[in-house]
Design a protein around this ligand. Sequence first.
Ligand code: CP3
Length: 374
Amino acid sequence: VDCVQKGRCMGEIPEQGKAERLGSRRELRDSPFLAAARGAPPSRIPVWYMRQAGRSLPEYRDRRGAVGMLEACSDPALVCELTLQPVRRHGVDAAILFSDIMVPLVASGVPLEIRSGVGPTIASPVRSAEDVAAIPSLYAESLAHLGEGLRLLVDELGPTPLIGFAGGPFTLASYLVEGGPSRDHLRTKAMMYAAPDLWHALMRKLTEMAVTSLQVQARAGADAVQLFDSWAGTLSERDYRAFVLPYSAQVFRALADAGIPRIHFGVGTSELLAAMRDAGADVVGVDWRVPLDQAVQRLRTVPPAVPGPVVQGNLDPALLLADDAILLGEADRVVESGRCAQGHIFNLGHGVPPEAPPDRISRLTDHIHALTPR
Ligand code: CP3
């Protein structure tokens, strides 16, 4: 079913408690993704991919056409369609809302663009106390289009759970302070060290935005949320704990009442895994730099948390450009090393590259589904 063709217009739906909503989607009870995220045994190893929607799919390129990224994100019917595409094609165990970490900033009124092949760029980077003060607050009403996209999806998805997401405070700050993508995040870290008051004021604003956005998504029917603090791995654990963790912890705390699994992800975070779990995540994403058995060791806290760590990842996305035998062999290794975790959600260590052949992604998905779950 195609949300765009149906062109439905949804009215305002009253807020519903999670328990009530789960009742209306009874089929979710068997979701391998939700079982694994809760540390329970899944019926099969759950699989989804970060950036599963997007340029790797010809149907995505067809539908997006010349529509700008941010424009696409503000069209609920198109959001619904683009979110469903990888679920239909690959049979993955979770959908992730088609949106971007910059959407809440746009909704609050910060002028920015997302350039294809480049990433987000900010018209006037945030460098001073005045700049931070000038960032407008985000009101839930400004994210009505996001909620509407989610509600369309909940109707369409049947037994497939839907993941909502937000950008983590460090990653959003990096785009705002640098003015665009950055390798070393020098200006961002310089602000953190040299102007801590300014830094904390900025973090407070971004935390509030992430909370508002995730609460809108949880209320509209998201079955799990992921906080993408993609670039936090540039920090030492000590600095991460001092300058970022308190804010991520606040985001996760604000979501506790929603009763849905909370996933925390970043790239190059091998040294931060325990801290990212301490922030209050139920599931920790692991990139490809550390094997899952070692990641699980790092995530075990003293005294051991009950239940044990649930991990997500960690196949190197570059393997999608190698041949099938190599790809599937490495995928087997990822699955084997993940067996010591309380739960493992199979994923890549970062997003699907636009060059990845879609048929190979489908074969990988089928291959993982044919393995015996823990
Ligand atoms: O399928 C999904 O994963 C859901 C959609 C999604 C997008 N962005 C769509 C998108 C998600 C979860 C994101 C999160 C996001 N956006 C992150 C965190 C995840 C990560 O990659 O670490 C970050 C850092 C961004 C910022 C951003 N937006 C970047 C770096 C880019 C890519 C720039 C490029 O063209 O290479 C974007 C644009 C973007 N977001 C695209 C998509 C599908 C590409 C848009 C296009 O078609 O040109």
